[in-house]
Write a protein that binds this ligand. Sequence first.
Ligand code: HMG
Ligand code: MG
Length: 299
Amino acid sequence: MRGNRVKVVEVGPRDGLQNEPYTIPTSVKLELIHRLAETGLNVVESTSFVSDRAIPQLADAEEVMRALERKPGVHYPALVPNERGYERARAVDVDEIAVFTAASEAFNQRNINCTIEQSLRRFAPVLKRAREDGVRVRGYVSTVLGCPYQGKVPVSDVVRVAEALFEAGCVEVSLGDTIGVGTPNQARTMVAAVAESIPVDQLAVHFHDTYGQALANIAACMDIGVRVVDSSVAGLGGCPYARGATGNVATEDVVYMLEGMGMETGINLVNLARVGDWIAGELSRPRSRTGQAILKRSS
Ligand code: HMG
Ligand code: MG
């Protein structure tokens, strides 16, 4: 029987903002990260050190990380696609990074302009340097339950890419349903297959909520021992290279569900709902279901 503590990885400032149509002031990003860190979240993924042509919304990565007031006990990882990104991140004291690739070749080409194999080769020197520098590395596998270009993605491809990241030194592998097409049995089967070679406590699930399946998928994966869940406050997000995909599952909804299942997250839901309400207002986006309900109840 697994413990009942769940680590929620907040990806709103990165995944949530990378696809917004308007330029978001750096000050708003910083306020979002600072406020999230006050809710009890231990991990707030904060930005990406990628090409500013690929992701203009996160072109201020250095400014964000330089100005960030880091709260002890909270981790602020950033995405890094290559050695150049690693150097940029380290120059502003990032001490936790995530590399990212996909289970589908077609998506990987559009997202990071290389094959899966090439991406793994690019990560090798990053992982080597991270090991030497004591930097923790998470690995993302995208398109684990479907690809916007290729369609179906065999589970064996997900397993192969996840294993490669793990063997290369990623201490956590996050399995991403980038376009939110998966349903609970598929999600559980896929995660269980990966968990045959990677300890389940080193796996995370990352569901976008395009078809409204994310909470059900998370619940199904909890059954097989997953205890790390990625989500985004107010359900912000999307990937510019996965057209039609909506945001991540909302952190407020995830926390409400997990606590209702007897899990502990350490997150203050009322405070989180206030952050969700504020950022949704800033970006003119809808509030999460739980966020709305909590704020109505407590007003
Ligand atoms: P490329 O064109 O193959 O690389 O891009 P390149 O080496 O030929 O460089 C092209 C240009 O990018 C050059 O600039 C480089 O200097 C620059 P130019 O000379 O043309 O002006 N460049 C960089 N600039 C800043 N930082 C860097 C960097 N590297 C090269 N680190 C590359 C390859 C990976 C750079 C590009 O495709 C890229 O940045 N892609 C980012 C894609 C991305 O961030 N996607 C969203 C995140 S993934 C996601 O959301 C999924 C996830 O949430 C999980 C899920 O939901 O499934 C994680
Ligand atoms: Mg994502």
